[in-house]
Structure formats: C-alpha cells, structure tokens
Design a binder for this molecule. Structure first.
Ligand code: HEC
Ligand code: HEC
Length: 362
C-alpha cells in the first residue's frame, strides 16, 4: 500500500479534471446535435451489480444470516444499546437520523463495499477489515477491546452455533474476530440499491425524464465525472477537498492523519453518490445540509467553475435518479436475535460498569 497512485497528486488530478471536462464537453457537442446522450457520456458509468462479491470472502447464506444478526445486536457495544443499525439505519438509506455527535459524518453502508477503501480517509481496506475496526472504534461500537466482544458472543449459545455453521471447515476456531469481520462483511456485500439510473444505463430511455437527462449531461460536461464515476459514481479515488480553490474552515486533515504526507492534507475518499438525495448532511464533517449547496461548492472548489442556480437544480434532478430501491425486509429488517446465555447479563453489566480489565470476565 506504499506506492502512491499517480492520481493522488493534486496537480495530476487537476490536469486530469481539465482533460475529462474537455473530452466530456466534446462528447456533449456530438450529442447536442442529435438531442440524445452519447455513448461516450455513458461510458463514465456502470450499472450496480446484484451483489458485491470478494474472492477473499465468498458470500454464503449462513454468513449473511449471522452478519445480519450481528449488525442489529446492541450487546456488542460498550453501552449495550448501540448496534450498527443505530447509526447506519438500513430503513433510512444506511445513515442515521439526527443523533450524530461524532467527529465525522456517518457515511451510508449501502453500496459501500464497492469503494477502494472504507471510512472517509480509507483507513480500512474493505468492509471486512472495517467491521473488525468498528468493534473498538470510539465513533462506532466503542468496545474496550476485542476480547470483550468475543466474550459476549461466546456467552450467547445461538452465536456459538451460528459461527460454527457459517465457518465449518476452518482450521481456526469458528468464533474469532476475523470471522466476525467476514460475517458482517458478507452481509454488507448484499446491500446494493439499484434504481432508475441503472434501468437507464441498461437501455430503458424512458427511465429518466428529459429534465433528468439534461442534468446528467450537465454532470458529465461540468466535469463531476473526473471524480464521481463508475458503478457508485465515486468511491474509486482519494481527492483533495478544495482541489482548485481552498475549502474554507477545514479542521479535519483527512488522509494526512494516516500518512503524514503533506500531499495528503485535506484529502478524502471521493464518496459514491448513490442515494445521495437521501443521505444529508454532506461531506466528511456533515457541514452542508443542502444538496444544492454541496453541488454548487463542488463545482466552484473542485473544478473552479461557477454554476448558476438553474444548472445546480438540473444536476440535483439527475442526482435524485440515483436513489435506488432498498433490499427486501427479509434482508434488511431486524431479525430475531439469539437469546442471552446464563452469563451474558453479568458480562454486559461488568462492561458497562467499566469493570473490564481486558481479561475474560468469569
Ligand atoms: C455510533 C455510530 C456508529 C456505529 C454504532 C457504527 N458506525 Fe459505522 N461509521 C460511523 C461513522 C461516524 C463512520 C465514519 C468514520 C470515519 O470515516 O472516520 C462510519 C463508517 C462506516 C463505514 C464506512 C463507509 C464508507 O463509505 O467509507 C462502514 C462500512 C460502516 N461504518 C459500517 C458499520 C458497521 C458494520 C457497524 C457495526 C459493526 C458500524 N458501522 C457501527 C458511525 C457508526
Ligand atoms: C476533484 C475531485 C472531485 C470533483 C471534480 C467533484 N467532486 Fe464531489 N466530492 C469530492 C470529494 C473528495 C468529496 C468528499 C469531500 C469530503 O469528504 O468532505 C466529494 C463530495 C461530494 C458530495 C457529497 C457526498 C456525500 O455523501 O457527502 C456531492 C453531492 C458531490 N461531491 C457532488 C459533486 C458534483 C455534482 C460535482 C460536479 C459539479 C463534483 N462533486 C465534482 C471530489 C470531487
């Protein structure tokens, strides 16, 4: 992970943005004559897959069922009340509704497995590694350590069984942090939300209105696609917030915090824009509440272009077509959680009383 991709240099991306804008504008000239959207324009995008598999963690029914339980289980958090679903509410497009007191804005879990890295700064490589970190991350489940979570899981007979059946032919014991990451990760790899834009990409011209198509053309020609492209319309690279014009009042150093390299200051993962109309507030710090303002600022600070309100509204109309269909309740509804074992309540009480010394509570 030491090598720096060419696009992580600000000058290179600035040049790249100009190139994309130029070629996108050219593609637009051709299409404007025909009154249609050209193939070149659509080549920046791809439809969402049915699920987001990884060779390192094949998706199985058992893993998904276990991962779903874990996702909804508040017994895995320090306060005993918080589950993944408290902050990434699956019925609310994978973000939380109004309880955020955290340093960083809650990103959605939907379609996140497509990204090059997890977290706003990409400090976890994939959803599996992310889930393992989330257990002890103070912004997430905030457990004092891994053993504390494993102790809770081991005390619940239903989980002991579920880990054994999800990870049957492994040399290692079924109950482990690694398997926790794989189960939660397999579940997250099913959280895909295809929508009207995918129908359109699949050839259904009528899936978007004329106004939305105009917004799509605008999105390409202005140069948003230099960073927001592919299946997720983003999630593929890290870029500087304030690439062309400095972003005001930035406090968070982004990837600089990981690498210590000056070129990484204020660099964040380019977020995917799927469901973006449903996931306000915006940016790593949640500092902008309206999508219109976010779009206007993106054009000004990332590209150096002023967009008048009607062009902004046009792009926002296109972005709304990225709102997809949530998966069925059989996948995203809260399942019945396995019952406490004999020692579970005692372990949880000790944890909440701060009486966990990092050693198994007997
Ligand atoms: C208390 C709120 C909270 C809880 C609980 C929580 N998260 Fe998060 N999650 C966040 C915040 C805040 C971030 C962004 C932090 C950052 O980037 O530094 C995040 C980031 C993520 C990301 C990265 C997405 C992306 O696009 O980069 C994923 C995936 C995720 N969480 C899944 C989970 C899972 C799975 C659980 C349960 C094991 C969980 N979260 C528990 C608040 C929470
Ligand atoms: C040079 C790369 C780049 C370009 C070009 C770019 N963006 Fe972004 N965009 C980013 C980055 C980086 C972020 C995340 C910033 C942060 O974390 O605070 C972002 C965030 C966003 C968000 C907020 C998403 C969320 O979930 O919080 C929206 C909406 C957005 N961009 C739309 C656009 C539009 C529309 C355009 C074209 C006018 C555009 N962007 C051009 C890099 C870019």
């Amino acid at each position: 992970m030491k090598t720096r991709p060419w696009f992580s240099s600000s000058q290179a991306i600035a040049a790249f943005v100009r190139l994309v804008i130029f070629s996108a504008a050219m593609a637009g000239v051709a299409s404007a004559e025909e009154g249609a959207i050209s193939k070149e324009m659509l080549s920046y995008f791809a439809p969402l897959p049915g699920e987001m598999p990884a060779e390192s963690n094949p998706i199985t029914e058992e893993k998904v069922a276990l991962g779903r339980s874990l996702y909804f289980d508040p017994r895995l958090s320090l306060d005993g009340k918080t589950s993944c679903n408290s902050c990434h509410v699956l019925d609310a497009y994978g973000v939380e509704s109004g309880r955020n007191k955290m340093k960083r804005n809650v990103p959605t879990v939907y379609n996140a497995a497509l990204h090059v890295g997890q977290y706003w700064d990409g400090r976890a490589a994939d959803v599996e590694e992310h889930a393992k970190r989330a257990v002890v991350d103070s912004a997430e489940l905030a457990m004092p350590d891994i053993d504390a979570m494993l102790e809770v899981l081991n005390s619940i007979p239903g989980y002991v069984e579920a880990f054994a059946s999800a990870f049957p032919d492994n040399e290692e014991p079924p109950m482990s942090l690694d398997h926790f990451g794989k189960a939660v990760g397999a579940f997250e790899r099913k959280l895909v939300t295809p929508g009207r834009f995918d129908q359109f990409l699949g050839g259904d011209e009528a899936a978007l209105t004329a106004r939305e198509k105009a917004g799509l053309v605008e999105f390409v020609q202005v140069g948003c696609v230099a960073c927001h492209s592919g299946q997720a319309l983003g999630g593929k690279l890290y870029q500087k917030l304030g690439l062309v014009r400095p972003w005001p009042q930035l406090k968070d150093n982004g990837r600089f915090g990981l690498t210590g390299e000056e070129a990484d200051r204020f660099v964040f993962k380019v977020p995917g824009l799927r469901n973006v109309a449903k996931t306000a507030p915006y940016l790593h710090d949640g500092s902008i509440k309206s999508l219109e303002q976010t779009v206007e600022w993106m054009a000004w600070h990332e590209i150096g272009q002023y967009l008048d309100p009607s062009r902004v509204r046009s792009i926002v109309a296109f972005l709304a077509t990225l709102t997809g269909e949530l998966p069925p309740q059989e996948l995203i509804g809260k399942p019945e959680l396995p019952a406490d074992g004999a020692t579970t309540a005692g372990i949880l009480a000790n944890l909440q009383a701060g009486a966990w010394g990092g050693k198994p509570v007997q």
